[in-house]
Ligand binder design. Sequence first.
Ligand code: ACO
Length: 323
Amino acid sequence: MRAVIAGTGGYLPERSISNDELAAWKGLETSDAWIVERTGIRRRHIAAEGETASDMGAKAALAALAQAGASAEEVDAVIVATATPDSAFPSTAARIQGKLGILRGFAFDISAACTGFVYALGVADAMIRCGQARGVLVVGTEVFSRILDWSDRATCVLFGDGAGAVFLRALPEARAEGRGVLSTHLHADGRYGDILTVDGGAGSTGTCGVVRMAGREVFKHAVTKLASAVDEALAAHGLAKEQVAWLVPHQANIRIIEAMGRKLGLPMSRVVVTVDRHANTSAASIPLALAEATRDGRISHGDLVLMEGIGGGLTWGAALARF
Ligand code: ACO
C-alpha cells in the first residue's frame, strides 16, 4: 500500500506586513536591509485577533480535500502538526475534525516544532502502509505571532502565521507506478533542546511562553543535519540527486535553503521558496509551499519531490514523494 498526496491546500491570514511595517508597528530597531540580507524575509502574514491554528488549519484542510475530490466520509484520521495549538486539549486536530464535520475516525496533534509536518507525514504514511487508515488529512498550522517576544528583534522578525495541508489517499497501484510517499526519515536530539525553545508551557510555568533562540547555533545544526537527512533519504532508494525534480524545504532562512539547493546541485528555479513572502511559518511552511507549487503547476504528475526541515527539539527529517 502507498500513500499518495491526492490534494494540497494552504491558507494565509489576510493581513500581510512588510519588514518596514513590522519595525514601525512594534518599534523595533531593525531594517529591511538587515532582515533581507540575513534571512531573505520581506513580508509575513499575521493572524487576525481571535483567529486560531484550528481556524486556519480547517481552511487549508478543506482546500486539500476539495483538490483531491474527497468528502468528509473519506477521512479516517486528522493529524495536525503545531507548536501553537488553540489549547492543550482538545487537540487542534480534533477541533479541525469538528469544524469540517468529519464524524468518524480519529484525530491527534504532533509536537515537533518546525519539523512537525515531516513527522506528521511520516506517521500518516506508516498508518496507511499498515492498513490502519486509508484517507488521512495531514495539517501544519501555526500562529507564531502569539508566542513571540515582540521586543526581541533577533527572533520576532523571523516568523509568520499560516496553515498548509495535504490529503493522503491509500492507493495500492501507486507502488507499481513508483508514486506516493516513498519514505520519511525522522530524527531528534534532545541534548540541543535549549538552543531553540519556548520558555514556558501549560505544565511548567502555566503560561505559554515565548520563542528563544541561539540563532547561530541553530544555523550550524541546520546546515549539517539537513544535509545528512537528504543524503539518507536518497540513499534509501538508491536515487541520485539529479533525479530530484523539486526541493520543498522548510522555509526558515534563504541561506539555509540555498545551501541545500547547492548540495543537491539544483538551480534555485527547482527549489520552492516562500520564505520571502511568508517568513517562517514553522510546521505550516512545507505544506504551504507544496500547495503553492502544485497549484501553480510547477510540481506535476511523476515529479520526485524532496522535503526537509529542522526545528526545536532539536528535531529534523526528510521525506521523498513522487506526485
Ligand atoms: N535587526 C538588526 N540587527 C539585529 C537583528 C535585527 N532584526 N537581530 C539581531 N541583530 C543584531 C544583533 O543584536 C547583533 O548585534 P551585535 O553584534 O551588536 O551584538 C548582530 O545583529 C548579529 O546578531 P547575530 O544573532 O549573530 O546575527 P546572525 O548573523 O547570526 O543572524 C539569524 C541572525 C538571522 C537569526 C541567523 O542566526 C539565522 O538565520 N539563524 C538560523 C536560525 C533560524 O532560521 N531559525 C528559525 C527557527 S529554526 C528553524 O526553523 C530552522
